[in-house]
Design a protein around this ligand. Structure first.
Ligand SMILES: [Zn+2]
Length: 151
């Protein structure tokens, strides 16, 4: 085994860092327990890993249990990212349409409130949907008793 990576033929230099775990079983090169796939077969293996349009994590998990080559993770990412079917189906979900405001039928039917702190002072902002503008109250506590006392 050469001392330096540069002493290897260019075609196998990428394997140098994995050399301690490479061995042969019946003429097949194996990295740990994974078959080392030669460049000519990698495209076919990538297609098999993505045959059911699995995501990158699943593809990597399958590869880690069976096949290996230097740079396989990058190739798996590229395989997934170049799949038109996955890209079409995996588009981000559009945001939900805005929910229309409820029009109150009777007083105090719809109330919203929120707490905030302004310059060290606790405040609550309340809004009765039937009246405007919102009210802002200074409160000594954000406890529900203090809030219910406002009404
Ligand atoms: Zn796909």
């Amino acid at each position: 085994m050469p001392e330096h990576k540069s002493e290897l033929p260019p075609s196998i230099r990428d394997y140098y860092q994995f050399r301690d775990y490479l061995h042969a079983v019946d003429g097949v090169v194996v990295y740990k327990n994974r078959i080392v796939v030669p460049p000519a077969l990698r495209k076919e293996v990538l297609a098999a890993l993505h045959a059911t349009h699995q995501g990158v994590s699943s593809m990597i998990a399958r590869a880690e249990a069976s096949v290996f080559w230097p740079g396989i993770t990058v190739d798996i990412n590229n395989e997934r990212n170049s799949c038109n079917a996955c890209n079409r189906m995996a588009l981000s979900q559009p945001s939900a349409p805005p929910t229309p405001l409820v029009s109150p039928v009777y007083p105090f039917q719809c109330i919203c409130a929120d707490y905030f702190h302004y310059k060290g002072t606790s405040c609550t902002a309340t809004c009765l949907y039937a009246s405007k503008p919102p009210r802002v109250h200074l409160v000594s506590s954000v406890h529900c008793d203090a809030t219910s006392a406002l009404f």
